[in-house]
Design a protein around this ligand. Structure first.
Ligand code: FAD
Ligand code: NAP
Length: 450
């Protein structure tokens, strides 16, 4: 073997970190050649298509990921879909191993009556709209005055913040014009966030919570009966600095005077969604059941119900991974079954040459930084497995380029991406913004050309 040829499918942070860590690994005593594929025309996964536009500091991680790809020792192939443009058999023909780092793009299901009503949305779909994902609708219905957001994680905060924020505050970000124009038409006055547990059980992070409850021109409203703690809550507050900080932030909102701002963000705890009530096929209210603490930080139902009039419901109850052709999938957890990144078959046996990392390996929880430790585990196992790698028929670097060209796959290489990047920056500069994102695939392809 002249070089270890590795294919990585998914150019989000997990895939990019895996490539970088393998190249830098001190355990490695062989040469490597890595090809990174993504079905999108752009690299960076959810950092580009998930992180909220008004979080430029986090979007700044893109700079670090860019620097890895710009070194020139990892080849990027954008606009290449594993499953249609490339198959597992193709990868076996041209590589020694593959890592799947395909992340998650869909919403987890919330099985309550009324979830299919007009005006009931998945958070992921809304995120895909405001972050300009090329494969999702460019129109978003923003006609509700009162909106419910279900969930107490950071995605719920992102969605509620974008919905309640005055759109002018987003003008300096990279949102496309259609998103700004859409948000400008929104008549929203009240956004209600519902958590099924209490203030000590939120899955927010401190910075994100503080930001959401102090939005300019928005009053935050909390409810006295929601401030309840049991022994489990107290243990969480005492044992976890983040929980303590967040409970302090929430405690600070108690009894706070409202300012009469035109928009309000309401935080409700111990509120479990049981039904979305419809009128003429459209969302009219959210029915919730009050829960109470069980002593251990969990909750139990109380059979006490109430309805909150809303015209739209966004469920932010987690993301969910998608199955890949010819690769085992755990449909309960939405992940590829694996042991330390080594992909396992139905019998729990390792499948040689096939690995996973990132959200598709571990499930859709954790920050961008967590995908680095994940990638380290996977690449350490790949290096240890060298005796089981595939024996490709043609491992030349040209072979996969020839294959994609023969199939008329309009792949975007790194030079092409740099041209797109320059175009987005130029569009931004003209408006005094850092960048304006391209949205449509034909635009990406046209701008990728020299
Ligand atoms: C809405 C939202 C906001 C977030 N904000 C933050 C934040 O502010 N800070 C933070 O630290 N973390 C944030 N996170 C978490 C962070 O985005 C994840 O931890 C991280 O992106 C997971 O990385 P990944 O590479 O595993 O998956 P992803 O980032 O999802 O990347 C997967 C890539 O695989 C590609 N792919 C999928 N299927 C195929 C296929 N068949 N063929 C080819 N390519 C394919 C996708 O196009 C994608 O580019 C956020 C998450 C969400 C959902
Ligand atoms: N700015 C940032 O740093 C940022 C932004 C976005 C996302 N992220 C990260 O991305 C990851 C995913 O975030 P996420 O918000 O999608 O997931 P998450 O953190 O797992 O939160 C999911 C929320 O949904 C609730 N939930 C689940 N099922 C429910 C049901 N049937 N009824 C009512 N509520 C339900 C959960 O409540 P329970 O706790 O009771 O289960 C939890 O509050 C997280 O690690 C997050 O920190 C980070």
């Amino acid at each position: 073997m002249s070089k270890f040829r590795l294919a990585i499918v998914g150019a989000g942070p997990a895939g990019i970190y895996a490539a970088d860590l393998l190249i830098k690994s001190e355990l490695r005593d062989f040469d490597v050649s890595i090809d990174l594929f993504d079905m999108l025309p752009a690299p960076y996964g959810l950092v580009r298509y998930g992180v909220a536009p008004d979080h430029p500091r986090i979007k700044g991680i893109i700079k670090a990921l860019y620097e890895v790809l710009d070194r020139g020792d990892i080849r990027f192939f954008g606009n290449v879909n594993y499953g249609t443009d490339l198959t597992l058999e193709d990868l076996k023909q041209h590589y020694n191993a593959v890592i799947f780092s395909t992340g998650a793009i869909k919403d987890a299901a919330l099985n309550i009556p009324g979830i299919e009503l007009d005006g009931s949305y998945g958070a992921a779909d809304f995120v895909n709209w405001y972050d300009a994902h090329p494969d999702f609708a460019r129109e978003w219905p923003l006609n509700a005055k009162e909106i419910a957001v279900i969930g107490n994680g950071n995605v719920a905060l992102d969605v509620a913040r974008i919905l309640v924020k005055h759109p002018e505050q987003l003008l300096s970000t990279d949102i496309p014009d259609n998103v700004y124009q859409g948000l400008k038409t929104s008549p929203v006055t009240d956004v209600h966030i519902f958590g099924r547990r209490g203030p000590a059980q939120v899955k927010f992070t401190p910075l994100e919570l503080r930001e959401a409850v102090h939005i300019e021109g928005v009053d935050t409203i909390v409810h006295e009966e929601d401030y309840q703690y049991d022994e489990g809550s107290q243990a969480a507050i005492d044992g976890n600095n983040q929980t303590r900080v967040m409970v302090n932030t929430l405690e600070g909102l108690r009894g706070q005077e409202t300012t009469g701002a035109p928009r309000r963000l309401h935080l409700h705890f111990f509120s479990s969604p049981v039904e979305i009530i419809g009128e003429d096929g459209k969302v009219a209210a959210l029915r919730i059941e009050r829960t109470k603490l069980d002593g251990k930080g969990g909750v139990v139902p109380t059979a006490e119900f109430r309805e909150i009039p809303v015209q739209a419901v966004y469920r932010a109850v987690g993301y969910f991974g998608s199955a890949l052709d010819e690769i085992p999938f755990d449909s309960k957890r939405g992940v590829i079954p694996n042991d330390g990144g080594r992909v396992l078959d139905a019998a729990g046996k390792q499948i040689p040459g096939v690995y996973a990392t990132g959200w598709i390996k571990r499930g859709p929880v954790g920050l961008i930084g967590h995908t680095k430790s994940d990638a380290l585990e996977t690449i350490t196992n790949i290096i240890a497995d060298r005796s089981t790698w595939w024996n490709p028929a043609d491992a030349s670097e040209q072979s996969v380029v020839d294959l994609l060209k023969a199939r008329n796959v309009a792949f975007i290489d790194w030079a092409g991406w740099l041209r797109i990047d320059a175009k987005e920056r130029a569009l931004g500069e003209a408006q005094g913004r850092e960048r304006v994102k391209l949205v449509d695939r034909p635009d990406f392809l046209a701008n990728a050309k020299a």
